[in-house]
Every structure is written in structure tokens, then in C-alpha cells.
Design a protein around this ligand. Structure first.
Ligand SMILES: [Zn+2]
Length: 279
């Protein structure tokens, strides 16, 4: 069944679990991640990221993920990840997405709040949830995106005035790390929690070590974005399958083991985040 963030995040924020948001790069991957959630009886968020939106019409991505969500017996949120342009978000709202992220993190705070608020008003009228970002979570490979930790003052203002359903914060997390090397500032995290009225989101989960994750599970963080982990599972397994079966050319045969690995890694993440049984 299709749900939005408002239906699944408040419980995760107040209880000790986190709903995983997986970046999805194809129909088959969406299906096997959904199967992992179904078998674990977990809520899940299927996300189209900005690289996918550059390659394919947002209408196609929304229709595809929406169809997968409709086939599922567990709660599935269909979410558009980091988007800087309102025009794409308005198209996504007509395309099957139940949730969108307006990323105003590169803007001055007042402009971030007012533009996020305008999106939230339009989205809420359609029953669609909105994620915003305050502070700026850096990337390992995109120097133009700022590296700026969220201050408690910013978190308070943003959570009170932007009308978002989920607030992404920057507390030492980094996008696209291939090893768990993030240095999470738990003191800052606590201060942000104390002043925030909306569920929190951490991006860059593949770079967070399991000891940090255990602490984060008990916080008001309700959604964690996972991209690199599944991309690694996909790429490394596909390479093994190619070398193990040099004469095979059939796509379904070559990707069978890859998709089994995707499902297994998604299952492990669902369990690590404590989301199993929370559907
Ligand atoms: Zn992100």
C-alpha cells in the first residue's frame, strides 16, 4: 500500500526504530527492496534521486515506483529525493509520488524556509508529504554543495516555520562515503532533537558506523537515506556474476544473483534500523 512520510515517521521518531529510505535505480531493484520490506513486515521508502531524474522523466519514475508500492502488502512511501527546482516537484506531485524533498540547503535560511513552506502548502493540499533540509550535508564528490552543520537555532526556526513533515540535518554525516567513516556529533544531535518538533532525517547512512547507528536509533531520527550500500551490492555482485558466467548473455540470468544480494542487503539494513515488524 502507498503511504506518505506523515503516516510512517512520527511513530519511528518516538520509538526506537528508523524507516529506511533506499535510492532505487531500476524496476527490478525496486521490486526486490519492496520484497525485503514485505518479508520483514517493515515500512519502507523507495526514493528516486537526482541522478535518476537527470536521466529519466520524473513521470516515469513516479509511475514505476507507485506501481511497485501498490503491489505491496506493507506500507511503501514513494519519495522524490533532493530536488532544487520547484518545477520538477510540481510535476512529481502529479506523477505518483506520495512524498517530495525540496532541498533549499544551499539558499540563505529565510529563503529556504519560505520556498520550502510554499512547496509544503501545495503538497499537503494533495496529501503529499514534504522533507526539507537545514544546514548542508556534504558530498564526497560534489564540491559545490556546502559542508555546513545544522545549528539548534536553525533547526528550531525551520521546524516551526517550514511546515515540513521531515527535516534533514547535518551533524557530521556525509553523502556517498564508501566506508563507515562519518564522525557523528552526538552532542549537536541531542541539542537539535530537543528543539525540533518534526521527525529528523539523516542522509549518508552508508557512511555511519554501527555503534553510531545504535545511538541514532534511540533518537528522534525517523528516516535514514541509503544509497551507496545498495550500489556497492549491485556493482560488486554483477562483476562477480559476469566473471563466473563468461558465456552467459541473458540479462535475467546475469542479474538473478545480483537481485538476491540486493534483497539480502536491504533485509540486513531493515533489521539493523529496528524496522522489522513495524509495518
Ligand atoms: Zn541526501
Amino acid at each position: 500500500m502507498i503511504v506518505n512520510l506523515k503516516e510512517i515517521l512520527p511513530a519511528a521518531a518516538s520509538e526506537s526504530y528508523i524507516v529506511p529510505g533506499f535510492n532505487i535505480f531500476g524496476m527490478d531493484e525496486a521490486w526486490y527492496v519492496m520484497k525485503a520490506a514485505e518479508e520483514e513486515n517493515s515500512p519502507v521508502i523507495l526514493m528516486a534521486n537526482k541522478d535518476m531524474v537527470k536521466l529519466y522523466p520524473v513521470e516515469l519514475l513516479g509511475a514505476m515506483l507507485h506501481s511497485v508500492a501498490n503491489q505491496s502488502s506493507c506500507p511503501v512511501c514513494v519519495h522524490l529525493d533532493h530536488t532544487y527546482e520547484e518545477a520538477i516537484i510540481y510535476r512529481a506531485m502529479e506523477s505518483g509520488f506520495s512524498s517530495v524533498m525540496f532541498d533549499g540547503s544551499q539558499l540563505p535560511m529565510e529563503e529556504n524556509i519560505s520556498r520550502t513552506r510554499a512547496i509544503a502548502d501545495a503538497a499537503h493540499a494533495k496529501g503529499i508529504s514534504v522533507e526539507g533540509e537545514i544546514g548542508s550535508v556534504p558530498y564526497t564528490d560534489e564540491d559545490e554543495i556546502k559542508d555546513e552543520k545544522t545549528t539548534p537555532e536553525q533547526a528550531l526556526a525551520f521546524s516551526k516555520r517550514s511546515e515540513v513533515d521531515a527535516m534533514a540535518v547535518s551533524v557530521g554525516n556525509v553523502h556517498k562515503l564508501t566506508q563507515p567513516e562519518s564522525k557523528i556529533d552526538h552532542t549537536l544531535m541531542k541539542k537539535i532533537e530537543e528543539v525540533s518538533e518534526v521527525p529528523l532525517v539523516l542522509h549518508g547512512t552508508s557512511g555511519i558506523c554501527s555503534a553510531d547507528m545504535k545511538m541514532i536509533i534511540n533518537s528522534r531520527v525517523a528516516k535514514c537515506n541509503i544509497g551507496t550500500l545498495l550500489r556497492q551490492a549491485w556493482g560488486y555482485t554483477l562483476r562477480q556474476e559476469f566473471s563466473a558466467q563468461p558465456d552467459v548473455f541473458d540479462r535475467l540470468t546475469l542479474t538473478k544473483g545480483v537481485l538476491q544480494t540486493i534483497q539480502r542487503v536491504a533485509t540486513e539494513k531493515i533489521r539493523e534500523l529496528g524496522a522489522a515488524g513495524k509495518a
